[in-house]
Design a protein around this ligand. Structure first.
Ligand SMILES: *Cc1c(COP(=O)(O)O)cnc(C)c1O
Length: 456
């Protein structure tokens, strides 16, 4: 168990104490009442993992309508990376809200959009002051992927899209066809989009391959199934998100990037989940010694407001004709102002270092848990993007039932967790970069209890 000393001060003006407090059963009576109303007017395809209705949130704590204080270890799936309602983000968005909320950047533009593009250009590997990468802003991760593919096709004049097994890229028609899992994302919504090739990934726990061996397998598959000269792009999550926080073996990504370069294939890093300081660098690809042609960001970029970026080499981005890229709400000024504040907070609060603190403190807690519970086959991840893979002890057979029971037991105790992986074989942890070591220690005690209860 990590030490219980807290380094991060609790915002005193905040009405959201950074403490876990369970007042009712979870979900409580008021949540249940709203949930009944919701079922009448919201279709079941929009599913909620834990139907507690949230009224307020700050840093790592969610307060629901029954007054329960829940420790958020999901962050809306890696969105509130710098914490809920960060003071500077709220101030920047509020000020922008009062000035101008919409003009449409493709009609009459505004400066915050340009500022976000400048910040992104500063951080993407390969981008330099003399030849900066250029950015198109949209609203969601799926739109970022869609536009990345469009831009790569325009640049290469080729149709093919290569992705990896265990990948997740979104729920629009194109992106749902790019995901590994048919159910629930694509099933029944066909016909699916063609010219998408799903190649083996690197999954060290299961394939036992070195990065070079895994890359050779991926490349052989793509050359055989797609043909390199028909491929516009390879879209890769450097650390796979929904797939189970799979960190590829050393050398896997550089070998793929080199093969892409040699064959004129645009290498697109989908950093929608792993990006924005989550792993200890602004983009996770910085830690893999790869220069991507295009980087996609969304989720954590604007502290909870919808925004997505497609940032790429100027020669690639410049191929699209005026009017070919954009959308009514893409790069909304309020979202852009929030994103500028996020970049400033990463810098001024030293959040890259905080991600590394969380990796060591949260990671140590998980490794202790692994010693007690043989169902935990692996602790993996980078920075504040950590996971445990849960299997039948002594095997690599996924134990999705145990994962579900642990998540349920933790929810009852006021800790919000989320599964991950194509077999729901993992529990992923996406704490805010401001989560104190004291709160992390509390999460660990709840995890111990939840595993004990769920294993018996
Ligand atoms: C969440 C996610 C997406 C889709 O983003 P949305 O904003 O939900 O459309 C795409 N790629 C990755 C890696 C993601 O984690």
């Amino acid at each position: 168990m990590s030490s219980a000393t807290s380094a991060v001060a609790v915002s005193t003006e905040s009405s959201v104490p950074q403490e876990r407090l369970v007042r009712t059963e979870i979900p409580g009576p008021r949540s249940k009442e709203i949930h009944e109303r919701r079922r009448a007017v919201v279709p079941p395809g929009v599913h909620s993992v834990l139907p507690v209705y949230i009224e307020r949130a700050h840093d790592s704590i969610l307060i629901d309508v029954d007054g329960n204080q829940i420790i958020d270890v999901c962050g809306g799936i890696g969105v509130t990376t710098i914490g809920h309602t960060d003071d500077r983000v709220v101030a920047a968005a509020t000020a922008q809200l009062q000035n101008v909320t919409h003009t449409l950047f493709t009609m009459t533009p505004y400066e915050p959009y340009v500022q976000v593009a400048e910040h992104l250009a500063k951080h993407v590997p390969g981008s330099t002051a003399s030849a900066p990468y250029k950015t198109l802003l949209m609203n969601s991760g799926a739109e970022a992927v869609e536009n990345g593919v469009k831009i790569a096709r325009k640049f290469t004049g080729r149709p093919g899209v290569a992705v990896l097994e265990h990948a997740y890229h979104g729920r629009t028609l194109l992106t749902s066809s790019m995901n590994h899992k048919a159910a629930p994302y694509a099933l029944g919504y066909g016909p699916r989009v063609g010219d998408i090739y799903k190649a083996p990934n690197s999954y060290p726990l299961h394939d036992g391959l070195t990065g070079a061996e895994a890359a050779a397998r991926t490349i052989a598959y793509l050359e055989k199934q797609a043909g390199a000269s028909d491929l516009a792009c390879l879209v890769v999550e450097p650390v796979q998100g929904e797939g189970g926080f799979i960190v590829p073996a050393d050398g896997f990504l550089p070998a793929l990037a080199e093969w892409c370069r040699a064959n004129g294939i645009v290498f697109i890093a989908d950093e929608v989940q792993a990006g924005m300081a989550r792993t200890g660098t602004v983009f996770s690809i910085e830690q893999f010694d790869v220069v991507p042609d295009i980087v996609l960001s969304a989720k954590g970029i604007a502290g909870g407001l919808p925004l997505a970026g497609i940032t790429g080499r100027a020669d690639i981005m410049d191929q699209s004709q005026p009017g070919g890229l954009g959308g009514t709400f893409g790069g909304n000024p309020v979202s852009c102002a929030a994103a500028v504040a996020v970049f400033e907070q990463i810098e001024s609060l030293g959040l890259l270092g905080e991600a590394r603190r969380i990796e060591s403190s949260f990671g140590a807690g998980l490794r202790e848990l692994q010693e007690r519970f043989p169902a935990i086959a692996e602790v993996r991840g980078m920075g504040a993007m950590l996971a445990i893979e849960v299997t039948k002890p002594g095997t690599l057979e996924p134990d999705a039932d145990l994962v579900a029971r642990v998540i349920d037991a933790a929810a009852q105790r006021g800790v919000l967790l989320l599964s991950s992986g194509v077999h729901n074989q993992a529990i992923r942890f996406l704490p805010s970069l401001k989560m104190s070591d004291a709160l992390i220690a509390d999460v660990m005690s709840v995890l111990q209890e939840s595993f004990s209860v769920a294993s018996s």
